[in-house]
Each structure stands twice: as structure tokens, then as C-alpha cells.
Design a protein around this ligand. Structure first.
Ligand code: SAM
Ligand code: SF4
Length: 332
């Protein structure tokens, strides 16, 4: 379907990431402050009806892909299952995914699958229980692993594992994560640590590691083969020769992938965020709740998209005082 929502640089919006909540049951060091952040009042969060309306409207103008995220989306599990059912019934949406820390997946994996969810990404930054408790600031490793197994049992395939790489924290596990792909059809994804939220330039630089380092280590240890991916993909994909799964590197800092960016984010409190590295947001909840027509809402969406920068600038942002919101609020 032709897409008639485009940014000033001619990039069409085909992918919406929806944060359904700013709440979370973990406090990952790279995402949340230790004592959390003040949560939005529940009535400030978009309802399932409001989110579904925006997705339906966008789907008539070229949207083809949605990812539900948060905060931890499964803290609103009943509503998320309902939302996924509604989105998966929209014929234009070919792809619907969920990003979760996995803690509540054991309970909900089957219902999510039955509702029409196609893809699951589970965040897992370490394979070691004690280390998990330090990174997530909660000792819930076993629940995440049980969630992973429940997702497999429910038939999700491939399952993508998101690992945020941090120098001196988990970079000694690169080979261990890659080895997981030998016998499992997982996509193990190494994400570069982005300076979002309350982090100083110094703190961020002390922990940031380029994914070039991942590639060096993998090439040093395994026979790796490159695998071709779609041109709009944000990741580079590789495989250990003969492995069941893949390794992917997502490198928003060292190798910006903005030229093919087709995404827009909807925050939990109903703002549109055209770029993750930028503080700019456009309030959609106001017009939505003031009774805006579909045409008026579309006008607001176009206005938001007109602010999409040509490319991200994470380093500039952190040097200029950082982002106003943390990742859990924007929707990673
Ligand atoms: N709570 C869910 C989870 O952790 O999967 C979904 C929300 S979380 C904000 C979405 C993704 O963003 C996770 O894979 C997480 O690891 C990643 N993320 C959060 N903060 C990040 C940061 N500063 N740099 C890179 N990735 C980050
Ligand atoms: Fe929560 Fe996900 Fe952020 Fe971790 S990365 S604190 S699980 S929102």
C-alpha cells in the first residue's frame, strides 16, 4: 500500500512503536533510575481504544508494522492482549511484535499467541543470575528464563533476545550469547548502549562499547557468515556457520541507520516522538480527547512527522544535557 505520511526527507512512516505504559517491574541500570521515576496518573495513559484508533488510522495511510513496548507492556497484560487482538485484525498490519523483559510471559505467552502476536523480543542482558540481579536491580532471572521457555512452547519463532552491551558489565558474555544460536533458532541481538534518560556524558562513555567490538570478538572466535537483510532493517545479521539461529548487531551510535528510518513512536501518555535521540514530542492525547475527527488527527500526525530530524544525534543530545525522558517512558 502506498504511504502518504512522509517526513521532510521523503521517508514514509510504516512502523509504529507503541509504549503502553511507563511502569516497569525492573530497574535496569541503562534505562531507569534506581528508585524509578514518578509514573503518569493512569488517566493520562492512552486507553486501548485510543491506541487502536491511532493504529487503525495510520494503517489506512501506509502503516504496516507495530511493536508494543513500554515500560514493561505486560504489567498491563489484559489490555495488551486485547490491543494485540485488535491490531492483528487490521488487514494492513502485516507484522505485530512485542518487546518484554519476559517476567510475566510464562503466564501470558499462550494468550498473546492466540491473540495474533507474531513476534517476541525478550530483553536478556546476561546469562548469569547474580549479574542479572545487578543489572536489572531485581533478582528475577528465573522468571525471565521461564518466560523465554513459555514463549518457545507457545510457538513463537524466531524469538529475538535483546542484549544491551555495556563495557565492564556484560561484554565478557558476547561469545556465550552467540553460542546460544548454535542449538537454538534465536536471534541474539547486541544493542549499543544509548545515552537516554538520566545519564551524564561521562557515565555513558565509561560504559558505551561499539558493536565493532562484538564483530571483532565473534570473528576471532567463530567462523561467521554475513546474512542479507531488508534494506530498511536497523540491524546487521550474521550466522555462525552451521548454527540454528542468528546474531544481529544494532548500532545506532557507531553506524547510524537513519537513512532508511520509517518509524514513529507513540509514548504511553499519548505523544508522538519522531526520533529517539531527540526531545521533540507532539501531543496527540489532547486532540484525541477533545473529539478530533480522523482528518484532524491525521493533520496532527503529519505535523509531528514534519519534525523528524534527518538523522539521530545521541552524542550531541547527551552533551547538551540529555533527554527529558527515560527509555521506559518513550518506548524503546
Ligand atoms: N521492558 C521491556 C523490555 O525491557 O524489553 C520493553 C521496554 S524496553 C525500554 C525496550 C528495549 O529498550 C529493551 O530491549 C531494552 O534493553 C532497551 N533499552 C532500554 N534502555 C536502553 C539504552 N539506554 N540503550 C539501549 N537499549 C536500551
Ligand atoms: Fe524496564 Fe525494560 Fe527499562 Fe528494563 S529496559 S527498566 S525492563 S522498561
Amino acid at each position: 500500500m502506498a504511504c502518504d505520511i512522509q517526513d521532510p526527507f521523503g521517508r514514509a512512516i510504516r512502523y509504529l512503536r507503541v509504549s503502553v505504559t511507563d511502569r516497569c517491574n525492573l530497574r535496569c541500570v541503562y534505562c531507569m533510575p534506581e528508585h524509578g521515576v514518578p509514573y503518569e496518573a493512569p488517566d493520562k495513559l492512552l486507553s486501548v481504544d485510543e491506541i487502536a484508533r491511532i493504529v487503525l488510522l495510520l494503517s489506512r495511510h501506509g502503516l504496516a508494522k507495530v511493536r508494543v513496548t513500554g515500560g514493561e507492556p505486560l504489567v498491563r497484560s489484559a489490555e495488551v492482549i486485547d490491543l494485540i487482538g485488535r491490531i492483528s485484525a487490521i488487514p494492513q498490519i502485516a507484522d505485530i511484535g512485542l518487546t518484554t523483559n519476559g517476567i510475566l510471559l510464562e503466564r501470558h505467552a499462550r494468550a498473546l499467541r492466540a491473540a495474533g502476536l507474531k513476534r517476541i523480543n525478550i530483553s536478556l542482558d546476561t546469562l548469569r543470575r547474580e549479574r542479572y540481579a545487578r543489572i536489572a536491580r531485581m533478582d528475577r532471572f528465573d522468571e525471565t528464563i521461564a518466560g523465554l521457555h513459555a514463549a518457545e512452547a507457545a510457538g513463537f519463532s524466531p524469538i529475538k533476545l535483546n542484549m544491551v552491551l555495556m563495557k565492564g558489565i556484560n561484554d565478557d558474555e558476547i561469545a556465550d550469547f552467540a553460542r546460544l544460536t548454535l542449538d537454538h533458532a534465536y536471534h541474539v541481538r547486541f544493542l549499543e548502549y544509548m545515552p537516554i534518560g538520566q545519564v551524564t556524558p561521562h557515565e555513558w562513555r565509561a560504559r558505551y562499547l561499539s558493536n565493532d567490538c562484538v564483530l571483532d570478538r565473534l570473528n576471532g572466535e567463530f567462523a561467521m557468515e554475513p546474512i542479507e537483510v531488508d534494506a530498511s532493517s536497523t540491524s546487521r545479521r550474521l550466522r555462525i556457520e552451521g548454527a540454528s539461529g542468528y546474531v544481529e548487531v544494532i548500532s545506532p551510535i557507531s553506524h547510524r541507520f537513519c537513512a532508511g528510518c520509517n518509524r514513529l513512536r507513540l509514548t504511553a501518555n499519548g505523544a508522538l516522538a519522531p526520533c529517539l535521540s531527540d526531545n521533540y514530542e507532539y501531543d496527540l492525547r489532547g486532540p484525541l480527547r477533545a473529539g478530533a475527527s480522523d482528518d484532524e488527527l491525521l493533520g496532527h500526525i503529519r505535523a509531528a512527522v514534519s519534525h523528524k530530524p534527518v538523522q539521530s544525534d545521541f552524542e550531541g543530545r547527551v552533551n547538551r544535557g540529555g533527554s527529558l525522558r527515560i527509555m521506559a517512558q518513550i518506548g524503546g
